[in-house]
Design a protein around this ligand. Structure first.
Ligand SMILES: [Zn+2]
Length: 147
């Protein structure tokens, strides 16, 4: 008897997007981890991005189409909220504590904001694609009555 790999679970077509097509049915957490790391949320092996933020048309390993996975500006909003909170909080704390000149604020917070934005956007975009994959597959035929 062959033991199943620990990541493979019973196929549930209502939530699993793998299984019968030959790819393991990963958990939602695994799909999200794959997406955040820039890999295909179905197989976990193919690259999700062709450039810095451009989603590839199709996974080069499992063939999953990403044509309908347009996350638009979705990842930008949480990035603005999180990075804005971090930078404004740090700037306010520094101003209250040290009262530095304005050039010090400009020299610190501009590059920090740019660096955090450039670092966080691919993670959030991969997360958005993985969530779309798990929650709303664009390759499925519409079901009668929605859902
Ligand atoms: Zn794939």
């Amino acid at each position: 008897m062959i033991d199943e790999p620990p990541h493979k679970t019973e196929y549930r077509p209502d939530i699993d997007k793998g299984g019968p097509d030959g790819f393991p049915a990963h958990s939602a957490a695994a799909s999200i981890r794959f997406g955040v790391s820039g890999r295909c949320p179905r197989c976990g092996e193919g690259r999700l991005f062709t450039g810095y933020l451009k989603i590839t048309d199709r996974c080069d390993v499992c063939g999953l189409s990403f044509a309908g996975h347009d996350v638009g500006d979705g990842p930008v909003v949480p990035a603005i909220l999180v990075i804005g909170g971090i930078v404004v909080g740090l700037a306010w704390t520094m101003e209250v504590t040290f009262q530095p000149p304005l050039w010090a604020h400009a020299a610190l917070w501009g590059p920090l904001t740019l660096g955090l934005s450039l670092g966080m956007l691919p993670l959030l975009k991969g997360l958005s694609v993985a969530l779309q994959f798990r929650l709303r597959s664009t390759e499925e035929e519409p079901k009668p009555g929605g859902g």
